[in-house]
Design a binder for this molecule. Structure first.
Ligand SMILES: C[S@@+](CC[C@H](N)C(=O)[O-])C[C@H]1O[C@@H](n2cnc3c(N)ncnc32)[C@H](O)[C@@H]1O
Length: 375
């Protein structure tokens, strides 16, 4: 073993290993095992998880690296590795193992909750083994992982699941029949305040349905999943969906009022409103002041009882008549904006007609954390 071009003798390696407390029991150097309580064969396990043998040119982030049991095997496969953990590398054995392996892997002491591309860079692969159930914000962690992955990047993850939790936890064993009745039917997460399987840091234990929903919500497509009944654990792999958006696209076309879009509207010659209800009536004053006179070609509504009548002085028409009106902008003022966007999108596809669409609905609230409507 080389350290700064100095070869470490076996005795020096053994002395370094003995100077730390280890979690993993692994072969840190040929013939030298670390005396941890968790025996692992990193090469065999990484093969099993599906990590490629050749990682030449790949950037890999390993979250929850602890004492580096996987880190140096990933590096041996040719990757440039960054290990991340909340624990101090000088206390865990990581720094010692790094020295023994003459490793170039970088170590960042950080909580995955704060992982971001600006501070921590971008990666082709993220390893997230044995961590998601130990953290207070698992969905946020998967979203952060999404953000640090390059397009087409992969996350490998593993951890406890609810399905066979009766094998490792007394409370779940007591409630096995109730658990079995629903665990494969409903997405569920157990929140355990410091007791699941007698481990204080086992916080959230999801079933597979829930775990897959977390991944889908964070922008991933799961392509591999393996389950172990005995320890009630799983291992999976998922690909980043490029350009994934949690909020629907139409939300980007939201106007909160008409008055601040006075200038935008000047560019349109044929403006159609959609939704002849109280919401449009509430906008009448704004409409008079902001929309160019003579540009409004009508108001479409799905309610046949309103067709042929007027609202704010404009004719209410059947949506089927929209192509004949040839609008270049449709302003949707309705609770059913999502459905109307979809129907108009379809109409454009079928008729070859093109118009811009916006949604004006100042009455509805947004959950700013995800961009969706609160109600
Ligand atoms: C059960 S160990 C898993 C170790 C190794 N990845 C494995 O699979 O054997 C969990 C690891 O995650 C780390 N960890 C826990 N919470 C974390 C967090 N919020 N951010 C980053 N690492 C965390 C712990 O320090 C520990 O190293």
């Amino acid at each position: 073993m080389m350290v700064d071009d100095k070869v470490l003798s076996k005795d020096e390696i053994l002395e370094l290993v003995a100077s730390r407390t280890w979690y993993h029991r692994y072969e840190v150097s040929p013939g030298v095992m670390t005396p941890g309580r968790m025996p692992i064969d990193a090469k065999m396990l990484l093969d099993y998880y599906g990590l490629p043998q050749d990682l030449t040119g790949k950037r890999v982030l390993e979250i929850g690296a602890w004492d580096g049991a996987y880190t140096f095997e990933i590096e041996r496969r040719g990757a440039s590795v960054t290990a991340m953990d909340i624990q101090n590398k000088d206390r865990t054995g990581f720094a010692v193992a790094h020295r023994i392996n003459n490793s170039k892997a970088k170590h960042i002491q950080c909580d995955v909750t704060y992982l971001n591309p600006k501070d921590h860079g971008k990666y082709d692969i993220v390893m997230f083994l044995g961590v998601y159930y130990h953290i207070l914000h698992p969905l946020l962690a998967f979203q952060n992982i999404y953000n640090v992955l390059n397009d087409e990047g992969t996350v490998f993850y593993s951890g406890h699941i609810l399905e066979y939790s009766y094998n490792i936890d007394g409370l779940m064993a007591k409630h096995k029949p109730e658990l079995m009745a629903i665990v494969d039917k409903i997405p569920l997460t157990l929140f355990s305040r410091g007791c699941h399987a007698n481990v204080w840091s086992n916080w959230y234990i999801p079933n597979l349905l829930c775990l897959n929903d977390w991944l889908a919500t964070a922008g991933f497509k799961v392509f591999k999943q393996q389950v172990h009944e005995e320890g009630s654990t799983m291992a999976g792999a998922a690909k980043k969906i490029t350009n994934f958006k949690l909020a629907p696209d139409w939300d980007a076309n939201r106007w909160y009022d008409l008055s601040s879009h006075k200038e935008d509207m000047k560019g349109y010659k044929r403006i159609l409103f959609f939704g002849a209800g109280g919401r449009l009536e509430g906008l009448q004053e704004e409409l008079r002041q902001s929309v160019p006179a003579g540009a409004i070609v009508g108001v479409a509504d799905n309610d046949p009882a309103k067709w042929g009548k007027t609202i704010a002085g404009y004719p209410i028409v059947n949506p089927k008549d929209i192509p004949a009106l040839k609008p270049d902008l449709v302003i949707i003022v309705s609770t059913f904006a999502v459905e109307i966007f979809e129907a108009l999108d379809k109409l454009q596809g079928e008729t070859g007609l093109f118009f811009e669409m916006v949604n004006v609905d100042a009455n509805r609230l947004l959950d700013t954390s995800c961009g969706r409507e609160v109600y």
